[in-house]
Design a binder for this molecule. Sequence first.
Ligand code: TTP
Ligand code: MG
Length: 418
Amino acid sequence: MLKREEIFPVFRKTRYVVHVDLDAFFASVEVLLNPELKGKPVVVGGLPHERGVAATCSYEARKYGVHSGMPLRQCYKLCPQAVFVRGNYHLYQAFSEKFFRILREYTPDVEEASLDEAYLEFTRCRHLYPSFSETAREIKRRVEKDLGLSVSVGAASNKILAKLATKKAKPGGFFELQPGEEEEFLRELDISEIPGIGPKAQVMLRLLNVHKIADLWKLPLGTLRSLFGAPSDELYLLSRGIDCRLLEVEGKPESFSRETTFLQDIWDRELLLAHLAYLCDRLASALRREKLYARVVEVKLRYSDFKAVSRRRRLLLPVQETSRIYRVARESFLELWEGSRLALRLVGVKGSELVEARHLSLFEIYSEREERLSQALDRVREKYGFGSVLTVREKMLGEVYPEDRSRGFILKTASLTR
Ligand code: TTP
Ligand code: MG
């Protein structure tokens, strides 16, 4: 097998990449908030006889063959004693945001691979840390202590190896792959472990008696190309642990938006305003976290027929505080909506033309009292979740649909950063 160093000498032992992935993320949050579930099989995604699939399940449930993406009814057949919960996406999102805030304290080079999964690179800040290994372990301890969730951590010289190392470390472990150990490590792994080898590719390869990664090494590049076309070159390299992909690190955001798509169209004015208030609150909290103010506030509506309209307002004084954003957003919303009063399937709010506090003139700085109140609010929410403090208007959402604020009526809530 060609050694990594022979192909890309520049990467010889020069990178240190850490991959971090929370264990059974949604299920672990449910267990954390309801300790009675500890040690029990837990399935998140819906009730046993509902349509739909499991978003995830606890490791106790996995022993029965239950896994993400499995229809709930089948989960129930395999493990009838499991506790089924519908889940609360907002809650998981709040945990996820906290997770990434912790990671960014250690290095600015953080790639958000998914809600509960990140790559960190220490190559640029190698001089800050006497031992990468110790830092990776320290991150694991910090995440577990501050979030109360179990996390697995893998470390290696590139992304693919770090991700595979995490997989080996699961659940709750730490695994570091040393340079030179790649071949032994990869040899016995199943081909399905390589990202990019989907179910169809697996079927083709297994027909050729290729099951383990070492079997794949025997296939010439030409054969791979005839089977899979263009992606073969990357596959050829990845299967040998060679990966020169850099982290996809996001730059400074240009805008923040929060939007909600409803499961059923809504026409009730007060309920729509309650949703809008909630979205403004989320937006304000994202702005505060980044210490940014928005000069432009835009409201977007989508009608049942998918037609979308929006209205943006450029403000004299940039805003960050919830009630100010809501006041502007409400006005735009009513201008757009009152004319038609049609049912809506989506409401969204966006803040753009972002400015940092230090670039605001003296006259633009708002009352210190408001700022202190917001900071206190953020601290409480950080500790007890976003839903722990809600305005009277937002609380209405819970009263209308008391059984479940997140799923009963919302199809999805998206946070977009551009
Ligand atoms: P994963 O990290 O893939 O899974 P996991 O954290 O539940 O379990 P582990 O990492 O220990 O194997 O996904 C993170 C969360 O994303 C998961 O808790 C639920 C959600 N998710 C879905 O909603 N649908 C899916 O098909 C998958 C795979 C995950
Ligand atoms: Mg995970």
